[in-house]
Write a protein that binds this ligand. Sequence first.
Ligand code: CUA
Length: 285
Amino acid sequence: MLFIGGAAILLAVVGLAAWAVWGPQERRGWLAGSSTVWAGGVLFPAIVLAALLAYSVTLPARSGAGPPVRIEVVGERWWWRVRYLDDTGTVIHASANELHLPAGRPVELTLTTADVIHSLWLPTLAGKLDMTPGHVNSLRLLPAQAGIFRGQCAEYCGGAHALMAFYAQVHPAAEFDAWLAARRQPRAEPGDVVLRRGYGLFQSSGCGACHTVRGTPANGEFGPDLSDVGGRLSLGAGILPNNADTLAGWIVDARDIKPGIAMPPFPIFSGDELHALAAYLESLK
Ligand code: CUA
């Protein structure tokens, strides 16, 4: 709507300018009249801007029916903490670096930061909005159609700012409900011997001091929640494909991939151990 309106106004202004330059002398005198200047320079912009203001402030009220899906996103250096909330504000699923959204249903993102100013920008779905220390900002959006959309931190937040991206996956509404419900089911035991070995290494190597895996003793809050890490579209906040190989590389030396992050290098595992650990993480969906 803004593009069409802006294009129409631009064409009108260019047309008037051309008229002023090349129009017949006797007919273009009216352009210089004070009533033309008042109408075109004051009245017209005032009406257009007032209409745009009314359009934008009433946008939330018109963005879909029903209560919004509420998701809390916290900016961290340099990743995104994501929590899905129910109507009472209780966390029903915790994740990181990825948003799952329902198509055709309003979504309210509550934006805060754990450290410096970040800015959540999902250009296909909404404008950017800062995450400011000491403030809670709210971003309403209405995803129109299913798909995968890339987002990015849009405010310089230190060394790895450019590597602070994410994906938003918009599901058909029923599929979103099923996705969220599945995240709340009890976790199955690791299925085979490799996964069990990976699970044992994860628990015995101290990973759980910083990371949570729902349904296990790992309940660290410092780093990203890994309960569904294997199901995410990317690794390292939108910077790597997510598979057993990149997971293994990340464990060995994440700072080589993303300098300055809190995740320390773990060059302590043998090849077999690394394989088991990565396979276990990849199995977490
Ligand atoms: Cu976070 Cu830039």
